[in-house]
Design a protein around this ligand. Structure first.
Ligand code: AMP
Length: 193
């Protein structure tokens, strides 16, 4: 059952980007997750890094954004992805940019240890996709440079690592500001309790 990407009904601009990346066959997590995420379902995915899990959520999320375009609203984001480290956050943002390169969405990454100014300017324009580490994200929420009241899709990546790093409280605070009516996608290398 080696499916190809064109069996999912993904936006043609995404198929074009995948072809230029040289991807032909979906990995198992992609084959399982893409149809459900495209349909708007919540998902708990158990997958290690290296299994193709980033594309498993990035492709159907980009498909959904493209199916219902909304002009960016200042200080908001339609999709929020939380990641434990700046390296992982940057990689995820790069994946969204490369898969979405024909779609023209606004994608930004936010993490600590760097200046606030460029991050504030990116948020001020309004975003389609924001990838962030929890601490700096909370700072922006407290400074009112970010408002999550229009966020439609929430992704928690490396959920087990986030909990090990003691991010439970910040994650709870962040999630409490996202509308209850949202799509939730959780990815973890091990089954979280
Ligand atoms: P990830 O598990 O998301 O970190 O992805 C691992 C690596 O596999 C990344 O370098 C991706 O670019 C690559 N990749 C993801 N999906 C596919 C695919 N279907 N075919 C070939 N390479 C892929």
């Amino acid at each position: 059952m080696s499916k190809t990407f064109d069996t999912f009904g993904l936006n043609p601009a995404l198929l074009q980007a995948l072809a230029s990346e040289g991807y032909t066959t979906p990995t198992p997590i992609q084959a399982q997750a893409i149809p459900d995420v495209m349909a708007g379902k919540d998902l708990l995915g158990i997958a290690q890094t290296g299994t193709g899990k980033t594309a498993a959520f990035a492709l159907p999320i980009l498909h959904r954004l493209a199916a219902n375009r909304i002009p960016p609203v200042p200080r908001t984001t339609r999709v929020l992805i939380l990641s434990p480290t700046r390296e992982l956050a940057s990689q995820i943002a790069e994946s969204f940019k490369s898969y979405g390169k024909h779609l023209g969405f606004r994608v930004a990454v936010i993490f600590g240890g760097v200046k606030y100014g460029p991050q504030e300017r990116a948020l001020q324009q309004g975003l389609d996709v924001l990838v962030a580490t929890p601490g700096r994200l909370l700072d922006h929420m407290q400074q009112k440079t970010l408002d999550l009241s229009r966020t439609e899709i929430f992704v928690l990546d490396e959920a087990d690592q986030m909990l090990d790093l003691g991010f439970v409280k910040p994650i709870r605070q962040i999630v409490s500001r996202i509308p209850a009516k949202r799509q939730n996608l959780f990815f973890s290398a091990t089954m979280p309790t």
